[in-house]
Design a protein around this ligand. Structure first.
Ligand SMILES: *C/C=C(C)/C=C/C=C(C)/C=C/C1=C(C)CCCC1(C)C
Length: 255
């Protein structure tokens, strides 16, 4: 473990705690929101809530692991020898990243055949991207990190291509009032996802060890908040608007 300052420790500690609360609250919001949408959109909200629930659990575990890794001795922060467990993050991503792509596809309400084939291809590519990134994340030397990072970027580029090329045509078929929102959801997904490989490269900067650890933890945490809670709420708004058009008899709350 790298030596970090007391201020860096507190910053990461508070960020993990805040993120646990935000993910848990968003889960409740998204699941309660199911009652405001038509039947075709309920699964999209169930899955969006599930993503935040899985993340809330893992942030709680990450938070505990962070507490176990350091202790204050005579006013000085020291490492306890219990390693901070980065695997929670990657296990979380392995579950949530395919689900995030599925929630985006579900809210578009494509044909059944299109939905199945896109969910399978994108879900598989997303899982592969995370699996290939992990050996690099835990590697102690930067060459190994670069090799696995490069391999992981191949499925990542495929996903970006599918989001823009494959889903592009389907977006043009969305009702006009939600077309821009669906495009925004795709753009925010792309923007926040693009942030992860940048954070992954922080160890190549000439920041000191403790600052690298802090910047990586804060960077991934911000990206997770946008990609999971932020996109989840956007999916909710799209689902409510589309339901108002497609199920005029349901009493929707305006969103
Ligand atoms: C909720 C978590 C999300 C949306 C995580 C997304 C993660 C990525 C897009 C990670 C991508 C990576 C690369 C493209 C190369 C370097 C290794 C990774 C795994 C950080």
């Amino acid at each position: 473990m790298d030596i970090i300052t007391g201020a860096q420790y507190s910053l990461v500690y508070n960020a993990f705690s805040f993120t646990f609360a935000t993910m848990a609250a968003t889960t409740i919001f998204l699941w309660l929101g199911r009652s405001q949408v038509g039947p075709a959109y309920k699964t999209a909200l169930t899955i969006s809530g599930l993503v935040c629930a899985i993340a809330a659990y893992h942030y709680y575990r990450i938070f505990e692991s962070w507490q176990d890794a350091y202790e204050l001795k005579d006013g000085v922060l020291v490492v306890t020898g219990i390693a901070f467990n980065d695997a929670y993050r990657y296990v979380d991503w392995l579950l949530t990243v395919p689900l995030l792509l599925i929630e985006l596809i579900l809210v578009m309400r494509l044909t059944q055949a299109e939905t199945t084939s896109k969910c399978l291809r994108l879900g598989f590519a997303a899982a592969l991207m995370i699996i290939l990134g992990y050996p690099g994340e835990i590697a102690s030397d930067n060459t190994t990190r670069a090799i696995w990072g490069t391999l992981s970027s191949i499925p990542f580029l495929y996903i970006v291509w599918e989001l823009f090329k494959g889903l592009g045509e389907s977006i043009e078929r969305q009702p006009e009032s939600v077309r821009k929102l669906v495009k925004d959801a795709r753009l925010i997904t792309f923007g926040s996802w693009g942030f992860y490989p940048i954070v992954y490269m922080i160890p190549y900067t000439n920041l000191g060890g403790g600052s690298v650890e802090t910047a990586v933890q804060i960077g991934y945490t911000i990206a997770d908040l946008i990609a999971k809670a932020g996109v989840g709420v956007l999916i909710y708004v799209i689902a409510v608007r589309k339901s108002a058009i497609e199920y005029p008899d349901i009493d929707h709350q305006r969103a």
